[in-house]
Each structure stands twice: as structure tokens, then as C-alpha cells.
Design a binder for this molecule. Structure first.
Ligand SMILES: Cc1ncc(COP(=O)(O)O)c(C=O)c1O
Length: 392
């Protein structure tokens, strides 16, 4: 047991120091280019910053309603209608949260009894297992396989059929792989939810950062609207990851369950940023598609550069991240050791994908590395030039 774990409950002990903190410290200590954490190195639209500033100046500084300001709830409902044809009542079917992070925590705390199973794909965003643990729930993992990150339909069916399976947590577009689940895959997920009476929870924070194909919310599939909790946030869409404005869309009974948990986590979310994100959600589709197009060019820059250096690249269809297999570049080296050596040897930070897999399976993702490309072009060029100095 590590010293810092002396007081920590057993259920949270697996979730102490994250690799992200370790790698960020290494980045600072070595002056490395940080392609580890997923945040852009330039802010989103000035116009949205000005809306937040004006809101502060105009006195929108006291507790807003717990469910979120009406302007944002209406904007989320209008966004779901305009983009996906989903009709939502902004008063009973939309809840504003402190980022998607709080939405995920509140949803699992609200919907899971201790011992319930949460079916989710692996690799997975690291907060899912931690939030499941806080709720006393147990992840039931279904593996995604490179190069296309497909899953075995029988493995998913067996997980969904488990006697304690309570809900299925789907992240599409998916971190860390950049996979966008296909309509056929979504159909399989929906059919299993219906067959086993599972709730679905979807994390769609990368919904507008899709380069190939298009994002289809699970809630739009037949029979799924009323059994799905749809989660998203403004951080990635508008390049303001520090604002932490998220939301939940679901049928009234599910929203009120999640709201019961949310009110005792944070009660409410910062008002000025809610107003700014409400403004952004009203942007016309070409504006949001323009953000994705800029990011797609960065994806290509980094992926082409890594491929030219000999990495086996799994080019993502969406998100901020590309995954590579490092076996050809660093034969015999595990991704964790590679990433720990990289700052010192090349001045670049990346994340070993093993952190997105069950720690009980050390072989999982052992040679995979995740790189963030949501950075300025000169930064990406610099990173690639530095990586060229790697010698096995
Ligand atoms: C898949 C996924 N979900 C949720 C989040 C967190 O979103 P937010 O910043 O809105 O809390 C992230 C951030 O990296 C993410 O990658």
C-alpha cells in the first residue's frame, strides 16, 4: 500500500496517482512537448470568451438553478433537435452538470446499486472505472481490437446477459481509440439493451470532433430514447476544456434520478460559462464542422509524421487522440517504459494506452501509445522532429 493510501477506502485505492500526473511532471521537468493530456493549446472562439466576461460583469455570479440556467437547457434541447432530431423538454429532460465528468459520476451514483455491473468497452476513459467504484458497481469489460477497434458480438452479448448487468456505458466517439461506433454496432448495442432491459449511458463529448463518418447518438435508435442517458459537454467542441460545462439528456424519470445525485455533488455549475456555452451551441453547423476540419488536418499531420518514423498508426476517425503500436520502433520495449523514457531521450510526452485497460491484465495494450494532436501545428512539427532522434 502506498503512503498516500493509508486513509483511502479500499474501493478507491486502485485510483490514486494517475499516469497523467506523472507524465505532466516529467514534461515540466524535461521541457518536453506534451502530447499526453487532451487539451488544446489555443482557446476557442473569442466571441464565447466575451459572452462569459460580459456575464460576469453583468452580475451572473450567484448560484444559478441546480438544473442549469434556462438559456443553456433550451440551447441543449435545440441542439439535440437540430443535429439529431431528438425532441427534449428543456425543463424536465435536460440537466446541466460540471463537465461530462460530473455527469458520469452522478449518473452512475444515481443508477447503480452496489454489486451492479456496468458493461463498458475496453480500453476506456479512466473515470468510468473510478466512478463505478464510487458507486460500488463493477465494470464488465468488452475488449475493442485494433486495427479497427471492433468487438466480438458474442462477448458483448454475454456481458449484457449477466445477471447483475444494470447498464451499458458507451463512449462514441471513443477515447482513447478515436473510434466512431458504426450504425450496425449501435444497433447491436441497442438490441442487447432492449433484450436485457439495460439502461444505456452514452458519453458523447467528442460528438463534434468527427473526421470520418458521422456521429449517431444511441438515443436516436428505435426504442432507445427513453432508456438512454446521453452525456456531453462543451469543453471539446468549443476548445474550452477548463470551463467544465456538461449536460445530461434523458427521459424525465432518469433526469430526476441523476439530478438527485448531482445536487449533493456540486448543486450547480458556474453560471457565466453556462451562458457562453449556450451561445456556442447555437452556432450554425458549418462553424462546428470547421472546428473538426481544422482538427482533422492536425490528425493527418501527426499520423503521417508518426507513420513516416516507422510507427504502426491506427488513424482515428474522431477525437483528439491517435494510437500507435510502438513494437516496430522500440522492439522489446513495453509502452509504459517507452513513455517513461521518451521525455528524457526525445523531449516528448505521450501516454501508454495500458492505463485505459484493466490493471489486472498487464498484457493488455502493452505496446500501444496514445498521442494527443489537439496542438498548434508548430508544436506537432517540433514533436515529430524530436521523435526522429529516438534510437531503439
Ligand atoms: C471520453 C471523455 N469523457 C469525458 C471527459 C471529460 O469531460 P469534461 O471535461 O466535460 O468533464 C473526457 C475528457 O478528456 C473524455 O475524454
Amino acid at each position: 500500500m502506498a503512503a498516500g493510501d493509508a486513509y483511502l477506502t479500499r474501493r478507491l485505492r486502485p485510483f490514486t496517482t494517475t499516469i497523467f500526473a506523472t507524465m505532466s511532471e516529467l514534461a515540466a521537468a524535461t521541457g518536453s512537448v506534451n502530447l499526453g493530456q487532451g487539451f488544446p493549446d489555443t482557446d476557442g472562439p473569442d466571441e464565447l470568451r466575451e459572452v462569459a466576461v460580459a456575464a460576469i460583469r453583468e452580475g451572473r455570479n450567484q448560484y444559478p438553478p441546480s438544473a442549469g440556467i434556462p438559456e443553456l437547457r433550451r440551447a441543449v434541447a435545440a441542439h439535440q433537435r437540430a443535429w439529431y432530431g431528438l425532441e427534449l423538454d428543456p425543463d424536465t429532460e435536460v440537466l446541466v452538470t460540471v463537465g461530462a465528468t460530473e455527469a458520469i459520476a452522478a449518473t452512475l451514483l444515481a443508477l447503480c446499486e452496489p454489486g451492479d455491473e456496468v458493461v463498458m468497452f475496453e480500453p476506456s476513459y479512466d473515470s468510468y472505472a473510478a466512478c463505478a467504484a464510487m458507486a460500488g458497481a463493477v465494470p464488465r469489460l468488452v475488449r475493442l481490437h485494433p486495427p479497427d477497434w471492433s468487438f466480438d458480438a458474442d462477448e458483448l452479448a454475454a456481458a449484457a446477459a449477466g445477471p447483475r448487468a444494470r447498464l451499458l456505458l458507451l463512449n462514441s466517439p471513443h477515447n482513447p481509440t478515436g473510434k466512431v461506433f458504426s450504425p450496425d454496432e449501435l444497433g447491436q448495442v441497442a438490441a442487447l439493451c432492449a433484450a436485457h432491459d439495460l439502461l444505456a449511458v452514452t458519453d458523447e463529448v467528442y460528438e463534434h470532433l468527427v473526421f470520418d463518418g458521422s456521429h449517431v447518438p444511441l438515443a436516436t435508435l428505435p426504442g432507445m430514447r427513453d432508456r438512454t442517458v446521453t452525456i456531453s459537454s462543451g469543453g471539446k467542441t468549443f476548445s474550452f476544456t477548463g470551463w467544465k460545462v456538461g449536460w445530461v439528456c434523458a427521459a424525465p424519470a432518469l433526469v430526476s434520478a441523476v439530478r438527485a445525485a448531482k445536487q449533493f455533488l456540486t448543486y450547480t455549475s458556474p453560471a457565466p460559462f453556462q451562458l457562453a456555452i449556450a451561445h456556442g451551441l447555437g452556432y450554425a453547423p458549418p462553424v462546428l464542422r470547421g472546428f473538426a476540419a481544422e482538427l482533422a488536418a492536425k490528425r493527418d499531420l501527426l499520423c503521417d509524421g508518426l507513420a513516416a518514423l516507422g510507427y504502426d498508426v491506427f488513424r482515428p476517425a474522431a477525437t483528439y487522440f491517435a494510437t500507435t503500436d510502438i513494437a516496430a520502433v522500440a522492439p522489446g520495449t513495453g509502452a509504459r517504459d517507452f513513455c517513461l523514457a521518451l521525455p528524457e531521450r526525445c523531449g516528448v510526452v505521450a501516454i501508454p494506452s495500458s492505463v485505459f485497460y484493466d490493471p489486472a491484465d498487464p498484457a493488455a495494450g502493452a505496446t500501444l501509445v496514445r498521442w494527443a494532436f489537439c496542438k498548434r501545428d508548430p508544436v506537432l512539427h517540433d514533436a515529430l522532429a524530436r521523435l526522429a532522434s529516438w534510437e531503439p
